[in-house]
Design a protein around this ligand. Structure first.
Ligand code: SAM
Ligand code: SF4
Length: 331
């Protein structure tokens, strides 16, 4: 009989949250996330639906309670609905969520809900069509706005917006974005840009905006009250007074919350990343392909990997220590 354990790293942190990147490809090219001319992985290198399901099953067996599907853009994977269905139905998993850029949500929101997805985060960095186009290099604001409406209509427990704020690009839209969320009863998180991947569109140290600066802007219009909500990791949520909405601050650059980190990430080609800000990883695809379906063996490799989880990251906007881009990492 299998002995269930939980995943506890050498610093006493319990890992109960997995972010699963299902593709490195995307239908947008956000300037802070990707270089303009990206080379994507050949399809044969991506984990198959069965490999993703077995990996998710192994983690859930080891005590993981929440899984987020991400990428790249998870909705461009053709078998995404099937994947949602098989992962959502794993016994022991409390919640399956997804982060999406929203472009394909007008058609996909309801099928995702029906397949068992519990919550959705949708990224939107600007409400101005031209600016949205230059930030994403492709555009499609109208589809994203329709996608947000479709997600709200589909009846997800929670729809949360994410916005990365960059000085000189969209730091004058903090209040507009917050108003947009609050008017619709949605939550919104503001994210500090991380130095992941070498980009040429801007120098990351000139675009940094701290969560404290964002909070200061918000204070001119909103009363933000402390909230008990925590997801582990580098985020903090505040309740907007007289509203169901919460505003989150994801502050990997200015506020180190590594001591409460509860998550690991699997890249689209099956590398288990133990920390967003460190390159150390363990190749789970090699195990999956050598011993297909051997979940007990996979679990042993995962337990071994968690022993290597680093204590913390050391991000510096002046340096790109981490060469992988966010679309590889699974944000
Ligand atoms: N394509 C989906 C999306 O955009 O929501 C999911 C993947 S994306 C990599 C996940 C999140 O990471 C998005 O909210 C995106 O804005 C954020 N992100 C990407 N690159 C980042 C960076 N260098 N620093 C901080 N956040 C980043
Ligand atoms: Fe694509 Fe998301 Fe990266 Fe934008 S942030 S390029 S939508 S993966």
């Amino acid at each position: 009989m299998t002995v269930k354990t939980s995943l506890v790293d050498p610093f006493g942190r319990t890992v109960d949250y997995l972010r699963l990147s299902v593709t490195d490809r995307c239908n947008l090219r956000c300037v802070y996330c990707m270089a303009e001319d990206m080379t994507f992985l050949p399809r044969a290198q991506l984990l198959t639906l069965e490999e993703l399901r077995d990996t998710a099953a192994a983690f859930v067996d080891l005590g993981v309670r929440k899984i987020r599907l991400t990428g790249g853009e998870p909705l461009i994977r053709r078998d995404i609905l099937k994947l949602v269905e098989v992962v959502a139905s794993l016994p022991g998993l409390d919640e399956l969520t997804m982060t999406s850029n929203g472009v394909l949500l007008p058609k996909m929101a309801q099928p995702l809900k029906d397949a068992g997805l519990a919550r959705l985060n949708i990224s939107i960095d600007s409400l101005r069509a031209e600016r949205f186009k230059s930030l994403t290099r492709i555009g499609g604001l109208a589809q994203v706005l329709a996608g947000i409406r479709a997600a709200a209509d589909a009846g997800f427990a929670k729809v949360k917006l994410n916005a990365v704020i960059l000085a000189g690009f969209n730091d004058d839209e903090v209040l507009d974005l917050a108003r947009f969320a609050v008017d619709r009863g949605l939550d919104i998180s503001f994210i500090e840009e991380m130095p992941l991947g070498e980009i040429s569109s801007h120098s990351r140290n000139s675009t940094q905006v701290s969560s404290a600066q964002i909070r200061q802007q918000l204070a001119s219009e909103f009363t933000l009250l402390d909230s008990a909500e925590s997801t582990g990791g580098p985020s903090r949520y505040l309740q907007v007074a007289h509203s169901p909405s919460k505003i989150g601050f994801i502050s990997p650059m200015t506020n180190n919350f590594c001591d409460t980190c509860n998550r690991v990430r699997l890249t689209a080609q099956g590398r288990l990343l133990l920390c967003l800000g460190n390159e150390h990883s363990v190749d789970l695809r090699a195990v999956l392909r050598r011993y297909p379906g051997d979940i007990e063996r996979l679990k042993r490799h995962i337990i071994f990997a968690i022993e290597k989880k680093p204590e913390r990251h050391y991000f510096d906007p002046d340096r790109t220590d981490i060469v992988r881009f966010m679309n590889m990492t699974g944000g």
